[in-house]
Design a binder for this molecule. Structure first.
Ligand SMILES: C[S@@+](CC[C@H](N)C(=O)[O-])C[C@H]1O[C@@H](n2cnc3c(N)ncnc32)[C@H](O)[C@@H]1O
Length: 197
């Protein structure tokens, strides 16, 4: 079930010309944990409509590059951003970095991906955890040693168990539920800093 609640952050995003209210989640994470910096090469997995791309493009500046990939068609509203490259690919079908036109792993991997939800909690939790596990399995291919990760996770016992096992892959591992997450949502974010590839 999808729904759009027109709350404070929805209106704020409209006013600030962001494509989605999710931008305030990344902003809070970045303010707190200093994930993005000028010149970074970033991949945003499941970027659509693209508020994280807008925010990241500004933060990394002209010397940086942010690549977004989503199963949805490319969002033309982002094509004016010169340090952005977009693909309409399922991220799990990307075999090589060369397919994205890059030859080095990324300094930052962002994933705000969510599965199609059914409203049945156990099914949604399992689908969500599958996505998270698949993203962690992509890290050696996508993330540079000492790189940073931000990933959305839906709360469940199994997710906690899985995350505990991943902790040692990063020097720092944090959990944050940003203020702009809707109160009904089970989501939180994991922030991994300094990947031990
Ligand atoms: C919550 S939205 C992302 C919002 C985005 N962070 C923003 O700020 O606008 C999640 C996106 O993940 C995408 N997605 C889910 N599974 C995917 C996959 N396997 N490959 C690529 N994109 C995927 C969905 O199509 C959806 O657009």
């Amino acid at each position: 079930m999808t729904f759009k609640v027109k709350d404070h952050y929805f209106h704020k995003a409209k006013k600030d010309n962001f494509l989605a209210r999710s931008v305030y989640k990344l902003e809070e994470i970045d303010d707190r944990y200093k994930i993005l910096k000028k010149g970074d090469q970033v991949i945003d997995l499941g970027y659509h409509p693209g508020s994280w791309i807008q925010y990241t493009s500004e933060k990394i500046g002209k010397e940086g590059l942010v690549i977004g990939s989503d199963i949805k068609p490319i969002n033309n509203k982002l094509l004016n951003l010169t340090n952005v490259r977009l693909f309409d690919k399922d991220v799990f079908n990307i075999e090589t970095l060369a397919e994205l036109g890059v030859f080095e792993r990324f300094g930052v991997v962002l994933s705000d991906m969510a599965p199609n939800t059914t409203g049945i909690q156990s099914v949604d939790q399992t689908r969500s955890l599958n996505l998270v596990e698949m993203v962690f399995s992509l890290l050696p291919k996508f993330l540079k040693p000492r790189g940073n990760l931000v990933i959305k996770v839906f709360e469940s016992h199994d997710a906690q168990v899985f995350l505990k096992e991943q902790k040692s892959s990063f020097e720092e591992f944090h959990y944050l539920r940003p203020k702009s997450v809707r109160s009904v949502s089970k989501e939180f974010f994991v922030i991994g800093k300094n990947f031990r590839a």
